[in-house]
Design a protein. Structure first.
Length: 257
């Protein structure tokens, strides 16, 4: 039998799980460090349709952590490079790319435009945006419409992937971005928001002689955003396929007894 790109995935997902992935639509806001690695993993899981939204171009400082950042792609639009990568991995994937800023004032119109292009179906939304106001607007939109959303919290000044957790925003701790999001979600009446965050205390760069008191100096390790993107993709893939949901924790509990 001739080898295919889906052989290994089919073994773990089964025919039905793979079919669900191939018929699914996932929308990802942001093609940066977290978003680009998440999208790459979704493409390798053979998600049938991927909607990507980003207005940025690849910059030299992106090379240390972004899946689409190479010396050859500097200056190119992120959505164009990302779309090319998706098609190179899975030519059968339908890619809908929007070169657009995600702002609270244009989010609903942008989302509805994408929804119409997807025949009214988006199975999961990934928030890999940097701007707090846009993250909150997206969380509110998803909450009001009952759409599954997972939102990435901060990777800056953190070095320990083992501290990453997927939970509701109300369960987060030690994450400066999550703290702001948690407070604003309460204020706006957002009932739930699934997030990936790190419980690691950020490195104190001022103590190391970098920056001034009160100044936000943000550094990012090469491995943290890609791992976060892969973890988010894993959650989306498990939920869509219906394979592996909650099994790791249940299995761990049984072994501990």
């Amino acid at each position: 039998m001739q080898e295919t790109a889906t052989d290994r995935l089919r073994i773990i997902m089964g025919d039905e799980g793979l079919e669900r992935l191939q018929s699914a639509t996932v929308m990802v806001f942001g093609c940066g460090g977290v978003g680009s690695s998440c999208i790459e993993a979704l493409a390798r899981a053979f998600i049938g349709r991927i909607v990507i939204v980003d207005k940025d171009v690849v910059a030299p400082s992106n090379i240390n952590r972004q899946a689409i950042a190479f010396t050859s792609t500097v200056g190119k639009r992120k959505v164009d490079v990302m779309a090319g990568m998706i098609r190179d991995i899975n030519p059968a994937c339908t890619v809908i790319a929007h070169d657009a800023f995600v702002l609270p004032e244009n989010l609903e119109g942008l989302f509805d435009e994408c929804l119409a292009a997807c025949s009214g179906r988006i199975d999961y939304i990934v928030d890999a945006i940097d701007t707090v106001s846009s993250k909150l607007a997206l969380a509110q939109l998803a909450d009001e419409r009952g759409l599954p959303l997972i939102s990435s919290m901060g990777a800056a000044n953190k070095l320990h992937p083992e501290c990453l957790r997927i939970c509701d925003i109300r369960e987060t701790e030690r994450d400066p971005l999550a703290r702001v999001m948690r407070k604003e979600c309460r204020r706006r009446g957002i009932r739930r928001l699934q997030v990936l965050y790190s419980c690691e205390d950020p490195i104190d760069l001022f103590a190391r002689g970098q920056g001034q008191p009160g100044e936000r100096v943000l550094g990012t390790a090469s491995f943290m955003p890609p791992i976060m993107g892969q973890m988010i993709a894993g959650e989306v893939i498990r939920q869509i396929s219906g394979v592996g949901c909650g099994k790791a924790r249940e299995g761990g509990a049984r072994r501990d007894r």
